[in-house]
Design a binder for this molecule. Structure first.
Ligand code: ATP
Ligand code: GLA
Ligand code: MG
Length: 526
């Protein structure tokens, strides 16, 4: 799935082949171009576009470097861009200026900043969570790549940017990665890169999104950049980032994915110290202890995970270095073994204090603090890190991804009558594990998942980080209407929604293409 980010001049390349959808997008894009022209007095040169994503299966395992199966959706981030001539924006030296605004001016007030050519780093103020921080994250990553390619003397272009995003923020559909990847792509194109390598763009966006303060994995950026129309994306993070399209079998009735919103906004940044970032720390410390117990204390290899060591690193060392005789086991057998090792090694259901972990690892507490808890602080409730539950979830969920893939790719394909229920059971088990062992569900997700299943979905689960956001339901086409009706009767009729929310509460989603660059015509037509 390597290659160059596609460029286009037609919206039919970007959205599902549906006349209504293309007409709606035509209006939306025209409004963006007009807003740009009204703000800056000239039309944009191009639009950088990246979609949100929904994760089908493989939740909270990407930062442990295990493979996941997301797909891009139609909702996206659009950044209309021009590079104003030096006279209109330069302050006489080689500094460059970014002017960024949003079509939703009330919610997202504009920002302007100047970067001096000597600046080695873009300052991102994490204490002030401004939406433009996500642009700065993309800018920072793109500047690194441009300097690597052209040297430190490279002079960056000033940019005018106007954004229109319709991925619901904090909705579990990864508006943030759509924004960061679109930003990095915009900076690269504005600075003369006509052929942007998809994998390089993804890799830099994965690292730079962390600058905003959430120590996330690489699933969202991969899905946003690397997805292909009509296919889910199987993403692997080792030995290096790679991805391949996965198509769903044709069945009767057809398999349909419904996304249903809880409308509980999951503010990942605000809650990071006791939710997302804490989970990353717990998985990492679980890897360190498993390694100490099972790998003869040989140090874990450094890898591309957010904190530099991972459960995948432990898994790999155990089966290749410590026990080469086990290297012939199937991947399924290896996961089963890793689950039993976890049960034997991480026995404390109630959790572990930092002191206990330090003692186990023969390290001073201050070392653990410095290595794992300083850049992204994490504060577990009652000071207890639930290492056993987190590691069990990661290995069991990874095994479910493997089984899901086997069902999709078995040859000959599974008969239409049994594949839906079998896939559905894996989704349902994933939800139980997210709720009980990873503790990333919430009452509203549990309720929608329960309604979906009772109304005829094969399987239902949360998608994305959880703690709110969206649910995903695998439904046979002939039961879609009854599942939707059940959501309305039993969930949406009981909550307050805006008109906009009502319109987007449940959507049937089809896998869409990843990032692209759209060249705006001389006359400003899209
Ligand atoms: P998840 O990561 O759970 O899939 P998400 O990516 O939507 O969901 P966050 O990672 O918390 O949620 O990122 C949301 C942030 O992204 C918002 O707080 C805002 O700063 C920025 N953002 C998203 N959409 C827009 C938009 N249309 N305009 C401006 N900023 C946006
Ligand atoms: C968020 C993160 C991803 C991933 C998911 C959970 O979306 O950005 O990297 O960890 O949560 O699977
Ligand atoms: Mg996000």
């Amino acid at each position: 799935m390597s290659g160059i980010v596609p460029t286009t001049t037609t919206l039919a390349d970007v959205y599902p082949a549906d006349a209504d959808e293309v007409a709606f997008q035509q209006q939306r894009w025209t409004k963006l171009v007009d807003t740009f022209a009204a703000t800056h007095g000239h039309k944009p040169t191009f639009v950088s576009r990246s979609p949100g994503r929904v994760n089908i299966i493989g939740e909270h395992i990407d930062y442990s470097l295990f493979s996941v199966l997301p797909m891009a959706i139609a909702a996206d981030v659009l950044l209309a861009v021009s590079t104003p001539s030096p006279s209109s924006s330069s302050s006489g030296d080689d500094s460059f200026k970014i002017t960024i605004s949003n079509v939703q001016t009330d919610k997202f007030p504009g920002a302007e900043f100047t970067v001096s050519p000597s600046a080695t780093e873009i300052e991102i103020d994490r204490s002030h969570h401004h939406w433009s921080n996500y642009f700065k994250a993309g800018l920072k990553g793109a500047m690194g790549l441009l300097r690597q390619k052209h040297g430190d003397e490279f002079r960056f272009k000033s940019m005018n940017v106007v954004m229109d995003g319709n991925v619901p923020p904090g909705g579990g559909l990864s508006s943030s990665a759509a924004f960061v990847t679109a930003s990095a792509l915009a900076v690269l194109v504005a600075n003369g890169e006509t052929e942007v390598d998809k994998v390089k763009l993804t890799e830099l966006a994965i690292v730079s999104e962390r600058e905003v303060g959430v120590n996330s994995g690489g699933m969202d950026q991969s899905a946003s950049v690397l997805s292909e129309r009509d296919a889910a994306l199987f993403v692997s993070f080792t030995p290096s980032l790679s991805a391949r399209p996965v198509r769903f079998p044709q069945t009767t009735p057809e398999l349909v994915f419904l996304i249903a919103q809880t409308f509980v906004r999951s503010a990942k940044f605000d809650t990071a110290p006791y939710r997302y970032n804490l989970r990353v720390v717990e998985c990492t410390l679980a890897a360190a202890i498993l390694n100490a117990d099972c790998n003869n204390s040989s140090p874990l290899p450094r890898d591309s995970s957010p904190l530099g060591i991972s459960l995948h690193g432990f898994f790999d060392s155990y089966f290749t270095t410590t026990n080469p005789s086990l290297s012939n086991l199937t991947l399924q057998e290896k996961f089963t073994k890793a689950i039993s090792l976890t049960e034997e090694s991480l026995t404390q259901e109630k959790g572990y204090t930092l002191d206990e972990i330090a003692t186990h690892l023969h390290l001073p507490v201050s070392d653990l603090q410095k290595t794992y808890l300083t850049k992204f602080p994490a504060k577990p409730p009652q000071n207890l890190f639930l290492l056993r539950q987190r590691a069990l979830h990661v290995f069991r969920e990874s095994l479910r991804v493997l089984r899901f893939m086997h069902l999709l790719e078995q040859n000959p394909p599974s008969s239409s009558s049994d594949i839906g229920p079998s896939l559905g059971r894996l989704l349902t088990d994933s939800q139980s594990s997210c709720r009980d062992d990873f503790d990333c569900s919430c009452a509203e997700i549990d309720s929608l998942v329960d309604i979906g299943r009772r109304a005829g979905a094969y399987g239902s689960r949360l998608t994305g980080a959880g703690w709110g956001g969206c649910t995903i339901h695998l439904v046979p086409a002939d039961r879609v209407e009854q599942v939707k009706k059940a959501f309305d009767d039993e969930y949406y009729s009981k909550i307050e929604m805006s008109e906009e929310e009502r319109a987007s509460r449940v959507v049937v989603t089809k896998p869409g293409p990843g990032s692209c660059v759209f060249w705006v015509s001389e006359e400003g037509k899209v």
